[in-house]
Each structure stands twice: as structure tokens, then as C-alpha cells.
Design a protein around this ligand. Structure first.
Ligand SMILES: Nc1ncnc2c1ncn2[C@@H]1O[C@H](COP(=O)(O)OP(=O)(O)OP(=O)(O)O)[C@@H](O)[C@H]1O
Length: 626
């Protein structure tokens, strides 16, 4: 009679054919083998070696889940590698022929859909880890070699009296680099020379790349202000020295009635319409935002700045630029600055510091010719070019490699990652009750946000309820959706290129919590009806509020770039964004500077659900989007 083996014996036999079965054991030992019994093979010595002198690898061991356990020797090269795998299979697996980036980025098989877009340039995780280590030592603004007045102004003027401020990763990276004081190096004295210096120094190029809402504005503002004030002090002392030398030259026997010759008008000393710093931003809202920060800082640091954008009349622009007291820093949109320089090219003749903020926008196809034209014009006097961006699209990457190969890339470890404190949920608009009605799904999502118990704190409900940003892909849709939401009793406003610049500032102020500078409202009366767009006409008439406790701003990508919407905790992505770059900018309106945030994306037929899934997975893991 054939008796089947017990499972223990069967397993033992598969490993060692010599293992006695129960039956045999019973005849040999008259008892069941205990787990503590030694193998009868222990006296056999080590297994035979192969010709090459290496131990043979048992198949069962090499290709099992426990294959790597209890191994006392490192695996031989080629150990465990499948033979006969095609090159394309290896590519997919990221092996020898894998899609490992030339900069060392490991392929992420799980982000296939995003990889198809190839929107973002990749940064290796080794590089990120290296940067993380170098940042650990700088814990306070006091650690930077900034002028004392600038250090003091950070918390009092720039951060609204925030106590115990510490620099963010991009500030830790960029401030010493822009000052030229990294690794305890001494300040580069050449960087603070005056106009009169004859020796032309090599221009320094920097790219500051850090996640949204991470304080990039201060990261470039503080070192530039420091350099500006030091250059000013050097120029002043030079002026005193020259005056003293001139006085010493006057002969002692000069007749009393002889009048000293009037001082020659030294054009090099006036900065009327000759700024030393230009900050370029893509929209007038951003000009107002950065301009407001500079204005606050100027109260203690003492410098003159001018905001130029289409939000101001030509008279206001002229009076700011040609103010008799001069101007140190001009904050402008490239189009406006470019048109000003058409009539007065000398406006750019003394620019030493040029900042291109939101460089991913300002150097994209639509802006690039204008922005590049400004770079060309300032190049003769330029000392530093600072590009600043929350993403490095591949297009920007190749532009920099071609045009500024020597650019120093200061990239934070979390670039291209949406912080884990931002949650992204998905609403399937094809399901009941929406059945494909995206507008309805959007309205219902907003109603639910309004109904939710406020999570409190962070001033979200200051000034009339929760603030919700709704992003649409097409600007025509912004107006249409706003009309729909208002019809449902939701307090919604549209913001798109069609709407008036001044209206933008007013509406945005409710979402950013920033007071609008008084000069930002040059007109007290509304523009005449003929100048009002269809959109405004649609959104202007007040409607009775039915959905209480929520204020909605519907916008296109225009609004997603750079606006510091610190009061916003909720974002609705009405459309699935076209690229991972848009995802990063739109989701970046929440979760700023350590805050928490929630985002909802509406997904329907024809939408890239795979992209949404990958973005969610990336957010969950805290990994960078690609
Ligand atoms: N060191 C700091 N500590 C606390 N808050 C800070 C610090 N630096 C900047 N902030 C605040 O963080 C917010 C975001 O800053 P900022 O607008 O410069 O971010 P950003 O990186 O330029 O964002 P985006 O990429 O969206 O343009 C601002 O409200 C700013 O006042």
C-alpha cells in the first residue's frame, strides 16, 4: 500500500532526497523526527564546489521568496538574473538598457502615464539626498552673512511679525550661494563693486528651483537687497573720498571772491529711471504681490522700488519710473518693460541683478522671445541672473543647457513633489447622481466643502467663509462655470485674462489675505461699460447668497502661478490638468508653507484616470512627479 508523505516530510524531501520519511523513520528510529533533530547529512561536510571553485546554487534557493536568506557569501555576478531576456524587456525593467536618466534618476515603472508626458526634467535622488545634508547646518537667518538690518527685517517686515522664523530649504540653499558665502567662504568683494569699476566680471547665473509655497521670493530678495545696500555704501564712500581729494586740491591762496566751480552733474550717480535690479513676473497680480513685499522691506532697509504693470495708468508708471528720488528695483511684467525700453533703452543700462521669477512660464514658448530680449539688453552691465521656478520643465532644462550652460542649479530635495499634507480625492462624474454632468459635480463638491465642519485655524474663514479655488483648463469655461455656480447660489467669481486687472487684485486679496497697496487702486470709479468684458458683466451683478460660508474663485492656469493663496485650503480641479507641471502649480495653491490642504479632481469619460492615479500615488508616497 502506498502511503502519502506528511507535509513536513514532503518539504524536507524536496530539499534533501536523503531525508527519511515517516515510514522509514519509524522503522529506523521508532519515533517521529522532531524539528530539533539534526539532519543526518551534517557529517557530510560542505557541498562540492564547481570548477570555478564556487558553491553551486540550489534552484529552489535561488528562485524562491526566501532565496536571499541565510546566505553567507555575496551573490556571484549574474546570480539570479534571468537568461534570454530581450532588450526591450530589460528596458521595461529598467535594467542595463533601462531608461535610467543621464543624470542618474532611477526609472519609476509606476509612473508610466506621467512618463509619457515627459513634461518635467528629472533630478536624481542622490543629488536630492546630498542637498538635504548640506541644509541641516543653517537653522536661522542669523547664520547668513547678511547686513544686520536685513536680518532684522525678515520677521518684522517680510513675515508680518512672525516669531521664531527659520529659513526654508530654498532659502538655506540660495542665500549663501547668491551672497557668495557658501562653505564659510568669504564674501566675494568683487560682487559689490560700483559702477565706476572698470574690470568686467563674469556674470553669475543661478536657477532656484523649489516646490510651490516654499519662500522662493525671499530667497532671492534678501541677497539682492544685501548686495544693493553694500554697493550703495561703497559708492557713497567713494564719493566722499573724491570730494575730499578735490577739496585738498584747492590752492590755499585762492582769492576769497573766487567762487568754486559748480559740481559737474555726474550722471553715473543718479538712478532716476536707471534701476540696478529688475524682477520680472508673468502677471500684474504677481507684480503687486512681490511689490508689496518689497514695499514692506523698504521701510526698514531703505531703498526705492517701483511696481510696473498694466494695472496702472501710463501716468502712474511714468511717475514711478522717473521719480526724482530715483529707483533701485523695478518689478514688472516682461511685456510692459519691453515696451518701455523701446522708447527709452537706457532704462536697462545699469541693471546688475535680473530676476526672472516663474521662469517656467517666462521662458516658455509664448514669453521666451520677450524675456530673452530683456536678458540680451541687460547683459553688458549684468552681475547676476537669477531664474526662479517651482518646476523645471524639460523645455526650460534644454533652454538653460543651451543658453546658460554654466548656470548653477540650486534645487531643493522635494522639488516636483506635492507635499503629503495635501490630500487629493477623486469624484467620478460618470456615477450617480452626476451622470456626466461636470458642472453639477463641481457645484456639489463645493456645497460639501461648505457644509464640512471647519477644520479651523489658519484664517481660512476670515472675511466671509471658506475659500475654494476651482481650476478649469479653458478660459471660456471659467465664465460659463461661474454663471452656473452662481445660479446654484454659490458665491463665485471668475478670474481670467479677459477680466480687468484691477478687479483681479481686489478679488485675489480675499484669497491671499494681503492688503492691496493703495496705489494699486488708481481708479475709484468702475471702468466704463464699454471696457467691461462679457465675463465681468456676467459676474458683477450681486446675487443673493444661498450657499453660506464659501467663496469660490474660478480660474485658468493664469491664476495658478505664484499667487500666495495662504488662506485657501480647498482646490477643485474641474478638469484633469494637461501636464504634471499644471498639477504641481494648481495643487501648489494649497499646503503652502507647512499648511494642510485638500484637493478634489473631477474625473469623467475621456479623462486620463491613469495620470490622476499616478499623481495620487506619488503624493501618497511623497515622491516627485515626472
Ligand atoms: N522662512 C519663512 N518662514 C515662514 N514663512 C515664510 C518664510 N519664507 C517665506 N514665507 C512665507 O511663505 C509664503 C510663500 O512664499 P512665496 O510666495 O515666496 O513662495 P514661492 O516658493 O515663491 O511659491 P510659488 O512657487 O507658488 O510662487 C509667503 O506667505 C511668505 O511670506
Amino acid at each position: 500500500m502506498i502511503r502519502s508523505l506528511c507535509p513536513f516530510c514532503a518539504a524536507a524531501k524536496s530539499l534533501n532526497p536523503q531525508w527519511p520519511s515517516h515510514r522509514a523513520a519509524s522503522t529506523l528510529q521508532k519515533r517521529r523526527p522532531s524539528r530539533m533533530d539534526l539532519s543526518p547529512n551534517v557529517s557530510r561536510g560542505p557541498p562540492k564546489t564547481t570548477e570555478s571553485g564556487q558553491r553551486p546554487i540550489r534552484k529552489s534557493r535561488a528562485n524562491s521568496p526566501f532565496g536571499g536568506m541565510n546566505v553567507t557569501e555575496p551573490p556571484r555576478p549574474g546570480y539570479g538574473v534571468k537568461r534570454g531576456v530581450s532588450i526591450s524587456e530589460q528596458k521595461r525593467a529598467g535594467g542595463k538598457y533601462g531608461s535610467k536618466d543621464k543624470k542618474g534618476e532611477e526609472p519609476k515603472g509606476e509612473m508610466k502615464a506621467l512618463k509619457m508626458q515627459r513634461a518635467l526634467s528629472s533630478i536624481s535622488y542622490e543629488a536630492r539626498a546630498r542637498v538635504k545634508q548640506t541644509l541641516a547646518d543653517l537653522e536661522s537667518f542669523g547664520d547668513f552673512d547678511l547686513l544686520p538690518v536685513i536680518k532684522e527685517s525678515v520677521s518684522t517686515q517680510a513675515l508680518g511679525g512672525l516669531s521664531e522664523v527659520s529659513p526654508t530649504p530654498i532659502q538655506r540653499l540660495a542665500i549663501p550661494a547668491l551672497l557668495g558665502t557658501e562653505d564659510g567662504k568669504h564674501r566675494n568683494k568683487k560682487a559689490n563693486t560700483t559702477d565706476g569699476d572698470s574690470a568686467k566680471k563674469a556674470i553669475q547665473y543661478f536657477l532656484l528651483a523649489a516646490e510651490t509655497g516654499s519662500g522662493k521670493t525671499l530667497a532671492y530678495t534678501l541677497p539682492i537687497l544685501d548686495a544693493l545696500k553694500r554697493a550703495e555704501a561703497t559708492a557713497l564712500s567713494l564719493q566722499h573720498t573724491l570730494a575730499a581729494e578735490k577739496a585738498a586740491e584747492i590752492p590755499a591762496n585762492r582769492q576769497l571772491f573766487e567762487l568754486p566751480s559748480p559740481p559737474l552733474h555726474d550722471d553715473s550717480l543718479t538712478n532716476v529711471a536707471r534701476p540696478s535690479t529688475i524682477i520680472l513676473l508673468p502677471t500684474s497680480e504677481l507684480v503687486a504681490q512681490v511689490g508689496a513685499l518689497l514695499k514692506n522691506l523698504s521701510h526698514s532697509i531703505k531703498f526705492k522700488s517701483a511696481m510696473l504693470s498694466t494695472a496702472y495708468t501710463s501716468t502712474v508708471i511714468r511717475s514711478r519710473l522717473f521719480a526724482p528720488g530715483g529707483v533701485d528695483i523695478v518689478v514688472s511684467t516682461p511685456h510692459l518693460l519691453s515696451s518701455i525700453t523701446e522708447s527709452d533703452p537706457n532704462v536697462l543700462s545699469r541693471v546688475k541683478w535680473l530676476v526672472i521669477d516663474e521662469a517656467d512660464s517666462l521662458l516658455d514658448r509664448s514669453f521666451s522671445p520677450i524675456t530673452s530680449g530683456i536678458i540680451d539688453r541687460v547683459t553688458p552691465s549684468l552681475q547676476q541672473l537669477v531664474l526662479c521656478s517651482a518646476t523645471i520643465p524639460r523645455s526650460l532644462d534644454s533652454y538653460l543647457a543651451k543658453r546658460f550652460p554654466e548656470v548653477r542649479r540650486l534645487v531643493t530635495p522635494n522639488l516636483h513633489a506635492v507635499p503629503r499634507r495635501v490630500q487629493l480625492s477623486v469624484v467620478d462624474i460618470e456615477k450617480v447622481p452626476y451622470q456626466g454632468n461636470r458642472d453639477l459635480a463641481c457645484a456639489q463638491t463645493i456645497v460639501e466643502i461648505a457644509k464640512e465642519n471647519g477644520e479651523g485655524g489658519e484664517g481660512e474663514s476670515v472675511g466671509g467663509g471658506k475659500k475654494v479655488l476651482v481650476f478649469v483648463n479653458e478660459r471660456e469655461k471659467a465664465a460659463e462655470l461661474t454663471g452656473f455656480l452662481r445660479g446654484k447660489g454659490i458665491d463665485a467669481t471668475a478670474l481670467s485674462r479677459d477680466s480687468d486687472d484691477r478687479a483681479h487684485a481686489d478679488v485675489l486679496a480675499e484669497f491671499t489675505g494681503q492688503a492691496i497697496p493703495s496705489a494699486n487702486k488708481p481708479h475709484t470709479s468702475p471702468p466704463p461699460p464699454s471696457r467691461r468684458s462679457g465675463l465681468e458683466a456676467l459676474t458683477a451683478p450681486p446675487i443673493p447668497r444661498q450657499v453660506k460660508g464659501v467663496k469660490v474663485l474660478v480660474m485658468t492656469d493664469l491664476g495658478s502661478r505664484g499667487i500666495d493663496t495662504t488662506l485657501v485650503k480647498h482646490v477643485v480641479l474641474y478638469d484633469v490638468p494637461h501636464t504634471s507641471i499644471d498639477f504641481l502649480h494648481r495643487l501648489g495653491r494649497v499646503g503652502r508653507m507647512g499648511r494642510r490642504g485638500r484637493a478634489v479632481v473631477l474625473v469623467g469619460k475621456g479623462d486620463r484616470r491613469d495620470v490622476v492615479r499616478e499623481v495620487r500615488e506619488g503624493m501618497f508616497k511623497g515622491s516627485a512627479l515626472i
